[in-house]
Design a protein around this ligand. Structure first.
Ligand SMILES: Nc1ncnc2c1ncn2[C@@H]1O[C@H](COP(=O)(O)OP(=O)(O)OP(=O)(O)O)[C@@H](O)[C@H]1O
Ligand SMILES: [Mg+2]
Length: 233
């Protein structure tokens, strides 16, 4: 379970988050929505431990989130705008590097399987320097789930993916969801929210404006919620 209690974030004069209270249970799949600059990525980075909040608490199973807590880090998979990949390395070498970081035992089979899953087998020994944006994103997805985290923190993960990759990725996410992995996804992509998420949280000006179950709701309903026009029926 992930809980953020009264999270605020001020950078310089700017108050980016103004007290975000959110509780997400294990196995939930939650979309975080909001206009550009609403504070979504900031909140996600704070949960990921990449940014320190100004005030408030982040709890992981009731335990305060600590930046360098190895066992907490091991449970989380974060995919942000930066890929964290090394351009001189091939996909295999990149994943081997991260496997070492996570101290995975005998990771080779999983590495090759994941590269297969994201459709990069043909390029697995090529330095990623020459990869397209979508190819990098595919590898970044593999990197984020390599250590089998049980909470996924995804910031606009479908960005740059072609239709085939979107389908592959969504299938992967739905399989992980079926296994009980928590999925927290910041996105502007309504069809993907509809395909993956059961709950939508809308941030406006650094605060939660809506928090609703969207299971079985059409995309148009999620749109209305986003615009602040959803009916309660
Ligand atoms: N390092 C920083 N220094 C100054 N301001 C920042 C910094 N990081 C974020 N901000 C500001 O915080 C606000 C929220 O940013 P954030 O990236 O969280 O928004 P977002 O909801 O993810 O938006 P988007 O949909 O565009 O990705 C913005 O106004 C942004 O300019
Ligand atoms: Mg963002």
């Amino acid at each position: 379970m992930i809980e953020t209690i009264g999270i605020t974030k001020t950078i310089g004069e700017k108050m980016i988050l103004r007290g975000v209270n959110l509780r997400i249970n294990q196995g939930e799949s939650v979309a975080i929505l909001g206009t550009n600059g609403a504070g979504k990525s900031t909140w996600l980075k704070i949960v990921a431990g990449l940014l320190k909040q100004s005030n408030g608490d982040v709890l992981l199973d009731g335990v305060p989130r600590k930046k360098d807590d190895y066992s907490q880090q091991q449970r989380l998979g974060y995919l942000g705008h930066q890929s964290f990949l090394y351009e001189a390395f091939s996909p295999v070498e990149n994943l081997q590097f991260f496997a070492k970081l996570y101290q995975l035992k005998s990771p080779d089979k999983r590495i090759h399987q994941l590269i297969d899953d994201v459709g990069l087998s043909f390029f697995k020994h090529e330095p990623i320097r020459s990869f397209s944006r979508g190819m990098i994103q595919r590898l970044a997805i593999a990197r984020a789930i390599l250590h089998e985290p049980d909470v996924l923190l995804l910031d606009e993960p479908h960005t740059g993916l072609d239709q085939q990759a979107v389908s592959l990725f969504n299938r992967l996410l739905l399989d992980l969801k079926a296994e009980g992995v928590t999925i927290i996804m910041v996105t502007h992509d309504f069809p993907q929210i509809n395909a993956i998420c059961d709950r939508a949280v809308i941030l406006r000006k650094g605060k939660i404006a809506e928090d609703e179950c969207i299971r079985g709701r059409p995309v148009s309903w999620i749109h209305s919620l986003y615009e602040g026009e959803a009916l309660s029926s």
